[in-house]
Design a protein around this ligand. Structure first.
Ligand SMILES: COc1ccc(C[C@H]2SC(=O)NC2=O)c(OC)c1
Ligand SMILES: [Zn+2]
Length: 258
Protein backbone atom coordinates (compact mmCIF):
# COMPACT_ATOMS: atom_id res chain seq x y z
CA UNK A 1 0.00 0.00 0.00
CA UNK A 2 1.18 3.51 -0.75
CA UNK A 3 2.24 5.28 2.43
CA UNK A 4 -0.92 6.16 4.35
CA UNK A 5 -2.60 9.49 3.70
CA UNK A 6 -6.04 11.00 3.28
CA UNK A 7 -6.52 10.51 -0.47
CA UNK A 8 -8.85 8.01 -2.19
CA UNK A 9 -6.09 5.45 -2.68
CA UNK A 10 -4.42 5.66 0.76
CA UNK A 11 -7.00 7.23 3.09
CA UNK A 12 -8.72 6.05 6.32
CA UNK A 13 -10.66 3.24 4.57
CA UNK A 14 -7.30 1.63 3.64
CA UNK A 15 -5.49 1.98 6.97
CA UNK A 16 -6.77 -1.35 8.41
CA UNK A 17 -4.58 -3.27 5.93
CA UNK A 18 -1.37 -2.15 7.66
CA UNK A 19 -3.04 -1.45 11.03
CA UNK A 20 -5.78 -4.00 11.81
CA UNK A 21 -6.48 -2.10 15.09
CA UNK A 22 -8.23 0.41 12.78
CA UNK A 23 -11.31 -1.77 13.30
CA UNK A 24 -10.77 -1.98 17.07
CA UNK A 25 -13.26 -1.09 19.80
CA UNK A 26 -11.42 1.95 21.16
CA UNK A 27 -10.73 4.01 18.04
CA UNK A 28 -10.68 7.79 17.59
CA UNK A 29 -12.01 10.23 16.66
CA UNK A 30 -15.70 9.88 17.58
CA UNK A 31 -18.89 11.91 17.24
CA UNK A 32 -19.55 13.44 20.69
CA UNK A 33 -23.32 13.06 21.04
CA UNK A 34 -24.56 15.27 23.86
CA UNK A 35 -27.63 13.10 24.46
CA UNK A 36 -25.39 10.11 25.20
CA UNK A 37 -22.65 11.64 27.39
CA UNK A 38 -22.63 11.37 31.19
CA UNK A 39 -21.78 14.23 33.53
CA UNK A 40 -19.11 13.27 36.12
CA UNK A 41 -18.85 15.73 39.03
CA UNK A 42 -15.48 14.18 39.90
CA UNK A 43 -13.91 15.63 36.73
CA UNK A 44 -11.96 18.67 37.91
CA UNK A 45 -10.24 21.26 35.68
CA UNK A 46 -6.94 20.39 34.07
CA UNK A 47 -3.72 22.25 34.77
CA UNK A 48 -1.24 22.78 31.95
CA UNK A 49 2.10 24.31 32.94
CA UNK A 50 4.01 25.14 29.73
CA UNK A 51 7.52 26.54 29.93
CA UNK A 52 8.84 28.46 26.86
CA UNK A 53 11.04 26.18 24.69
CA UNK A 54 14.52 27.36 23.74
CA UNK A 55 14.80 24.94 20.82
CA UNK A 56 11.62 23.94 19.00
CA UNK A 57 10.78 23.36 15.36
CA UNK A 58 7.60 23.95 13.41
CA UNK A 59 7.50 21.31 10.69
CA UNK A 60 5.49 19.82 7.83
CA UNK A 61 5.61 16.04 8.20
CA UNK A 62 3.52 15.36 5.11
CA UNK A 63 0.24 14.88 6.94
CA UNK A 64 0.13 17.78 9.43
CA UNK A 65 2.03 20.84 10.59
CA UNK A 66 3.50 20.30 14.03
CA UNK A 67 5.23 22.21 16.85
CA UNK A 68 7.98 19.91 18.13
CA UNK A 69 10.47 20.79 20.87
CA UNK A 70 13.90 19.11 20.63
CA UNK A 71 13.56 17.82 24.20
CA UNK A 72 11.29 18.03 27.22
CA UNK A 73 11.62 21.07 29.44
CA UNK A 74 9.26 20.30 32.31
CA UNK A 75 6.11 21.39 30.47
CA UNK A 76 3.38 19.21 31.90
CA UNK A 77 -0.32 18.45 32.23
CA UNK A 78 -2.10 17.29 35.41
CA UNK A 79 -5.61 17.12 36.84
CA UNK A 80 -8.95 16.40 35.17
CA UNK A 81 -9.26 12.63 34.52
CA UNK A 82 -5.51 12.12 34.82
CA UNK A 83 -4.07 10.11 37.72
CA UNK A 84 -0.45 11.13 37.12
CA UNK A 85 1.62 13.90 35.50
CA UNK A 86 1.95 13.90 31.70
CA UNK A 87 4.83 15.50 29.81
CA UNK A 88 4.17 17.77 26.81
CA UNK A 89 5.39 16.23 23.53
CA UNK A 90 4.03 18.22 20.56
CA UNK A 91 1.01 19.99 19.12
CA UNK A 92 -0.37 19.77 15.57
CA UNK A 93 -3.47 20.53 13.54
CA UNK A 94 -6.18 18.95 11.36
CA UNK A 95 -8.20 21.10 8.98
CA UNK A 96 -10.48 21.13 5.90
CA UNK A 97 -10.49 22.85 2.52
CA UNK A 98 -13.57 24.86 3.51
CA UNK A 99 -15.26 26.00 6.73
CA UNK A 100 -17.78 23.13 6.80
CA UNK A 101 -15.22 20.39 7.48
CA UNK A 102 -11.84 19.80 9.07
CA UNK A 103 -12.16 18.65 12.67
CA UNK A 104 -11.64 15.02 13.70
CA UNK A 105 -14.09 14.94 16.61
CA UNK A 106 -17.65 16.15 15.94
CA UNK A 107 -20.35 17.42 18.27
CA UNK A 108 -23.84 16.08 17.49
CA UNK A 109 -22.55 15.47 13.96
CA UNK A 110 -21.19 19.00 13.55
CA UNK A 111 -17.63 19.37 12.22
CA UNK A 112 -15.57 22.47 12.95
CA UNK A 113 -13.15 23.92 10.35
CA UNK A 114 -10.12 22.64 12.26
CA UNK A 115 -8.92 20.86 15.40
CA UNK A 116 -5.74 21.45 17.42
CA UNK A 117 -4.16 18.55 19.35
CA UNK A 118 -1.80 19.02 22.29
CA UNK A 119 -0.06 15.68 22.86
CA UNK A 120 1.29 14.61 26.28
CA UNK A 121 2.76 11.31 27.52
CA UNK A 122 2.41 9.55 30.88
CA UNK A 123 5.51 10.46 32.90
CA UNK A 124 5.69 7.01 34.55
CA UNK A 125 7.13 5.83 31.20
CA UNK A 126 10.80 6.38 30.27
CA UNK A 127 9.91 8.00 26.92
CA UNK A 128 7.09 9.09 24.58
CA UNK A 129 7.56 5.99 22.42
CA UNK A 130 7.26 3.74 25.49
CA UNK A 131 4.09 5.59 26.49
CA UNK A 132 2.56 4.94 23.06
CA UNK A 133 3.37 1.23 23.41
CA UNK A 134 2.52 0.98 27.13
CA UNK A 135 -0.86 -0.70 26.55
CA UNK A 136 -4.17 0.67 27.80
CA UNK A 137 -5.69 4.15 27.55
CA UNK A 138 -3.33 5.98 29.89
CA UNK A 139 -0.20 6.17 27.73
CA UNK A 140 -1.00 9.54 26.20
CA UNK A 141 -3.29 12.44 27.07
CA UNK A 142 -4.33 14.51 24.06
CA UNK A 143 -6.12 17.83 24.51
CA UNK A 144 -8.40 18.59 21.55
CA UNK A 145 -9.51 22.13 20.79
CA UNK A 146 -11.97 22.90 18.01
CA UNK A 147 -11.09 25.92 15.90
CA UNK A 148 -13.79 28.15 14.43
CA UNK A 149 -13.42 31.20 12.17
CA UNK A 150 -13.70 34.53 13.98
CA UNK A 151 -11.24 36.93 15.51
CA UNK A 152 -7.51 36.58 14.85
CA UNK A 153 -5.86 34.31 17.38
CA UNK A 154 -2.93 36.37 18.65
CA UNK A 155 -1.48 33.45 20.64
CA UNK A 156 -1.37 31.23 17.52
CA UNK A 157 -0.17 34.04 15.21
CA UNK A 158 3.55 33.32 15.75
CA UNK A 159 2.79 29.76 14.55
CA UNK A 160 0.41 30.58 11.66
CA UNK A 161 2.91 33.25 10.49
CA UNK A 162 5.47 30.44 10.08
CA UNK A 163 3.19 28.32 7.86
CA UNK A 164 4.49 29.78 4.55
CA UNK A 165 7.98 28.61 5.58
CA UNK A 166 6.80 24.96 5.92
CA UNK A 167 4.53 24.86 2.87
CA UNK A 168 6.22 21.72 1.48
CA UNK A 169 6.41 18.27 3.09
CA UNK A 170 9.64 17.62 4.94
CA UNK A 171 10.40 21.28 5.62
CA UNK A 172 10.86 22.82 9.08
CA UNK A 173 11.72 26.11 10.71
CA UNK A 174 12.99 27.11 14.17
CA UNK A 175 10.35 28.68 16.40
CA UNK A 176 11.41 31.93 18.13
CA UNK A 177 12.23 31.17 21.78
CA UNK A 178 9.83 33.84 23.02
CA UNK A 179 6.84 31.88 21.67
CA UNK A 180 4.35 31.58 24.55
CA UNK A 181 2.51 28.24 24.14
CA UNK A 182 0.59 28.75 27.39
CA UNK A 183 -1.17 31.75 25.82
CA UNK A 184 -2.94 29.46 23.33
CA UNK A 185 -4.89 27.78 26.13
CA UNK A 186 -8.01 29.29 27.70
CA UNK A 187 -7.38 30.65 31.20
CA UNK A 188 -9.28 27.76 32.77
CA UNK A 189 -9.50 24.26 31.30
CA UNK A 190 -12.88 23.36 32.75
CA UNK A 191 -15.58 22.21 30.30
CA UNK A 192 -14.53 19.08 28.39
CA UNK A 193 -15.57 15.66 27.07
CA UNK A 194 -13.28 12.76 27.98
CA UNK A 195 -13.11 9.15 26.79
CA UNK A 196 -10.63 6.35 26.12
CA UNK A 197 -9.46 6.22 22.50
CA UNK A 198 -6.60 5.99 20.06
CA UNK A 199 -4.16 7.80 17.85
CA UNK A 200 -6.13 9.15 14.88
CA UNK A 201 -3.44 8.22 12.37
CA UNK A 202 -1.47 5.01 11.89
CA UNK A 203 -0.36 3.20 14.02
CA UNK A 204 -3.82 3.96 15.57
CA UNK A 205 -2.63 2.61 18.94
CA UNK A 206 -5.39 2.55 21.58
CA UNK A 207 -3.28 4.45 24.12
CA UNK A 208 -5.01 7.82 24.43
CA UNK A 209 -7.01 9.50 27.16
CA UNK A 210 -8.90 12.03 25.01
CA UNK A 211 -9.88 15.38 26.50
CA UNK A 212 -11.89 17.50 24.02
CA UNK A 213 -12.87 21.00 25.08
CA UNK A 214 -16.43 22.17 24.58
CA UNK A 215 -15.51 25.81 23.85
CA UNK A 216 -13.88 26.30 20.42
CA UNK A 217 -10.89 28.59 19.97
CA UNK A 218 -11.19 31.29 17.30
CA UNK A 219 -8.81 31.88 14.39
CA UNK A 220 -9.20 34.46 11.63
CA UNK A 221 -10.17 33.61 8.05
CA UNK A 222 -6.61 34.59 7.06
CA UNK A 223 -5.19 32.11 9.60
CA UNK A 224 -7.46 29.38 8.22
CA UNK A 225 -6.29 30.24 4.69
CA UNK A 226 -2.69 29.85 5.83
CA UNK A 227 -3.41 26.22 6.81
CA UNK A 228 -5.11 25.66 3.45
CA UNK A 229 -1.93 26.71 1.61
CA UNK A 230 0.04 23.78 3.08
CA UNK A 231 1.01 21.01 0.64
CA UNK A 232 1.20 17.30 1.48
CA UNK A 233 3.70 14.65 0.38
CA UNK A 234 1.80 14.19 -2.94
CA UNK A 235 2.00 17.91 -3.74
CA UNK A 236 -1.71 18.39 -3.05
CA UNK A 237 -3.35 20.71 -0.48
CA UNK A 238 -3.07 19.06 2.94
CA UNK A 239 -6.58 20.15 3.90
CA UNK A 240 -8.85 17.20 4.65
CA UNK A 241 -6.23 15.57 6.94
CA UNK A 242 -8.89 14.29 9.34
CA UNK A 243 -10.12 10.77 10.07
CA UNK A 244 -13.92 10.31 10.05
CA UNK A 245 -15.64 9.32 13.33
CA UNK A 246 -15.26 5.71 14.56
CA UNK A 247 -17.88 3.53 16.35
CA UNK A 248 -18.15 4.16 20.12
CA UNK A 249 -18.86 0.46 20.88
CA UNK A 250 -19.30 0.09 24.65
CA UNK A 251 -17.30 3.16 25.72
CA UNK A 252 -18.69 5.95 27.88
CA UNK A 253 -18.06 9.62 27.11
CA UNK A 254 -17.93 11.64 30.32
CA UNK A 255 -18.27 15.39 30.66
CA UNK A 256 -16.97 17.78 33.29
CA UNK A 257 -19.99 20.00 32.60
CA UNK A 258 -23.77 19.51 32.91
C1 LIG B 1 3.71 6.84 16.92
O1 LIG B 1 3.04 7.78 17.71
C2 LIG B 1 2.22 8.70 17.10
C3 LIG B 1 1.89 8.68 15.75
C4 LIG B 1 1.05 9.68 15.23
C5 LIG B 1 0.57 10.68 16.05
C6 LIG B 1 -0.30 11.79 15.51
C7 LIG B 1 -1.77 11.42 15.43
S1 LIG B 1 -2.43 10.99 17.00
C8 LIG B 1 -3.43 12.35 17.08
O2 LIG B 1 -4.10 12.65 18.06
N1 LIG B 1 -3.40 13.06 15.93
C9 LIG B 1 -2.57 12.62 15.02
O3 LIG B 1 -2.43 13.17 13.92
C10 LIG B 1 0.89 10.67 17.39
O4 LIG B 1 0.35 11.68 18.12
C11 LIG B 1 0.21 11.43 19.48
C12 LIG B 1 1.70 9.69 17.92
ZN1 LIG C 1 -4.08 14.92 15.78
Amino acid sequence: MAPWGYEKDNGPAHWHKDCPIANGKNQSPIDLINGEVKYDSGLKPLTAKYVPFSDAKFLNNGHSVQFQPSAGNGSELTGGPLAVKYNFEQFHFHWGNNDTEGSEHRVDGKMYPAELHFVHWNSTNPSFKDAVGSGGPNGLAVLGFFLKVGAENAALKPITDLIPKVKDAGTSVTVPSNFDMQAILPATLTDYYTYDGSLTTPPLAECVKWIVFKQPLEVSAAQMEAFRSVINRDGKPMGGNYRPPCPLHDRAVKTSFK
